[in-house]
Ligand binder design. Structure first.
Ligand SMILES: Cc1ncc(COP(=O)(O)O)c(C=O)c1O
Length: 386
């Protein structure tokens, strides 16, 4: 029986496909160092786990209000007001099962069949597929040199049908943090054409240089920005599935209708953990310091090899080196490193057709990174690429 068109036009996740191959190799006994997954290797901070355990022990195991626990919505609104300077109250916030779900609702609520969505690339592949499910068309706008925004190309990509722009800074996969000038220019385009902008700020706290400014704070953006964030990356809470969106009340209510009829609500005890995570005593800084150490190490080591051209990115926990010197498309190099070195990375193709880059996640221990560098060098050296 044929499936619905919205499913047949959907691509499989390129990143999860690599994970399947890795698992199959591991099942055969292969030792693989995983530099493909985008999740912190740290334990969730103890204070967070304790709060969730206490919730479980007290029987806090039932549905919560659909848009999330009122105290968590309040705490998120307060965080957004104090840290991000967004004009935000509880009614402007919805808690979702992961920020991915928040993004999905935001796209479903804004994009109609035939609408266009501008996505600067390289970009996290799920954006493209969410737009496809909604029946929209993605207008990809490749970055300028150094992974910055190509502002002229962005302006040219706007049409009568443009409904949405999706921005992600710090960026997955490049680690690039857009400058004030770049963000301002995007908001000017959005205001002129009345286009909604999703600002995916999930890597906001994993920042090594400069400061961070939320897109919703730019003039005219209060009713156009949809801010997305969550607990997965900042607090090493990927499996807890708690994220959130903030935006105009009507939009948040519309998103909540989708949540009511799909997830019902995010997990109750996980929300209690998230509430605890927002407290200032949760140790985020040591994790960021460790990410920085790894970034510096990996950039320095890869730069010594002829195969890679890479500069230290300002945020997130990925490198997206240029691999043109290898003469191989990214997917081929990924296969080679996986099969011969036992190191898994992610090809650049799913991020918007970047055949000359591959994504390396350094959310792995220093010892594993050192081992991975030695393994990769061992494979590339005989090829004259190290
Ligand atoms: C750019 C970006 N946005 C959103 C997410 C989703 O995170 P979660 O659903 O775990 O909150 C990810 C996860 O990899 C991501 O890289």
């Amino acid at each position: 029986m044929p499936f619905a068109r919205r499913i047949t036009r959907l691509k499989e996740s390129g990143t999860l496909k690599i994970l399947d191959i890795v698992k199959a190799l591991q099942a055969k006994g292969a030792s693989i160092i995983q530099l493909d997954v985008g999740e912190p290797d740290f334990r969730t901070p103890d204070n967070v786990s304790e709060a969730a355990k206490a919730a479980l022990d007290s029987g806090f195991t039932h549905y919560t209000p659909s848009a999330g626990l009122p105290e968590l919505r309040d705490a998120v609104a307060e965080k957004l007001r104090l840290e991000n300077r967004l004009d935000c109250e509880s009614a402007n916030v919805i808690i979702t099962p992961g920020s991915k779900q928040a993004l999905f609702y935001a796209v479903m609520v804004t994009v109609d069949e035939g609408d266009e969505v501008i996505v600067p690339t390289p970009a996290w592949p799920s954006y493209m597929e969410m737009v496809t499910v909604a029946g929209g068309t993605v207008r990809e706008v490749p970055c300028s040199a150094g992974f910055g925004l190509d502002l002229e190309a962005l302006k040219e990509a706007v049409s009568e049908r443009t409904k949405l722009i999706i921005l992600n800074s710090p960026n997955n996969p490049t680690g690039c943090v857009y400058s004030d000038q770049e963000l301002r220019a995007v908001t000017e385009i959005a205001c002129e054409h009345r286009i909604q902008v999703i600002s995916d700020e999930i890597y906001e706290r994993i920042l090594y240089e400069g400061s961070y400014r939320s897109l919703g704070t730019y003039p005219g953006m209060a009713d156009l920005a949809i801010t997305i964030n969550g607990f997965s990356k900042t607090y090493a809470m990927t499996g807890w599935r708690v994220g959130y969106a903030a935006g105009p009340r009507e939009l948040i209510s519309a998103m909540n209708k989708l949540q009511q009829h799909s997830a019902s609500c995010p997990p109750s005890f996980a929300q209690k953990g998230a509430l605890e995570a927002l407290k200032p005593e949760t140790p985020v800084a040591p994790m960021v310091a460790e990410f920085r150490r790894r970034r510096d190490y990996l950039c320095a080591e890869l730069s010594k090899m002829r195969a890679f051209r890479v500069a230290p990115p300002k945020g997130a926990f990925y490198l997206f080196p240029d691999i043109s010197e290898t003469g191989m498309p990214s997917s081929r190099l990924v296969e080679l490193l996986l099969e011969k070195a036992g190191v898994s990375t992610t090809p650049g193709e799913p991020f918007g057709g970047f055949t000359s880059n591959l994504r390396i996640s350094y959310a792995n221990s220093m010892a594993n990174l050192e081992d991975a560098v030695n393994r990769v060098r061992g494979v590339l050296e005989p090829m004259g690429l190290a």
